[in-house]
Design a binder for this molecule. Sequence first.
Ligand SMILES: Cc1ncc(COP(=O)(O)O)c(C=O)c1O
Length: 355
Amino acid sequence: MIRPVPHVGAMAAYALADLGGEGTISLAQNESAFAASPAAIAAGRSAMADLPLYPDPEWPELRTAIADVHGLDPARVLCGAGSMELIGCLIRAYAGPGDRVLGTDYGYAFVSSAAAQVQADYVKAREIDLTVSVDDILAAIRPKTRIVFVCNPGNPTGTLIPNAEILRLRDGLPGDVLLVVDQAYAEFSDYANDPAEIFALAVRGDTVVMRTFSKAYGLAGARAGWGYFPPEIANEVRKLLNPNNISIASQTAAAAAMRDQDHMKDVVFRTAGIRGRFAEDCRALGLTVPESHTNFVLLRFASAEDAHRADAALRAENLLMRGMGGYRLADCLRATICETPVMDRCLAILKGVLK
Ligand SMILES: Cc1ncc(COP(=O)(O)O)c(C=O)c1O
């Protein structure tokens, strides 16, 4: 019999969202409900002519666009097949068997899976009111802690801590603990939270900042994410990346999307308007909805049973939200913000269930 190495054999596969059947409208994966920039789509299409060639492993057009828009040093930008690839490589480079990778109660679930791949222990610091608590993270540091992951804004909570709290976290961490600030949803809060303050942390040598094109830029299918790295850490991560990781079409589309900031900001603005109305309407039905700084909301029902009934009623109408049992939030559903008619349909169904 062919056997895997024991720790892989013992692992569960990473649980992606249920995709539903044909005709399903998915509000389960926090993809963008709005199309990507027309310039990005056109650029991606015309790059298809170059597909006989391997993609450039230096992502020159893409990293220049990212650096220009954010005022960063292109040499410190690394791009991944989604930020998932970069997260996986960071953990493989900086944690091994018996090391601790520290996240938070409701941090991004993939981090735990990536830690299991290298036999590191994934540990969670407490969140308070569904919000990251810097004091709890600092209290959870042990000699074996190698990496701290903080997702800001958080997924699945949507909550945000101020930049000053991230800076306080970095100052309180030992110098040999790598801090990864996962900002997959940060475009939805950049207007209120100066991104430069967090990117500046990567210059210190002990912090990596991650972003993605999968959310506000509407390019989840392109698999393009990026991070701002200290050079020494970038060198290690590069050894583990697939050297031709992002297709030519995706690199080209992502670069054009980055240069079309007006389109991205319009998506952020429209999302915020629909999100605000939907959250208020859900609160009026008696649900608890933390203020979201992302393209989704977390809906907390009075009981797990109510959440289950709502999920079933939505599914019966081909609408799929994400159950949160895996986060020990069985009384919650997470809903990606879609166009108003879809959110109105969801609301009508929730009203029917909760009346
Ligand atoms: C918090 C967080 N980080 C990272 C990712 C991964 O994004 P990507 O599509 O860039 O791999 C996601 C995707 O849902 C996410 O929610």
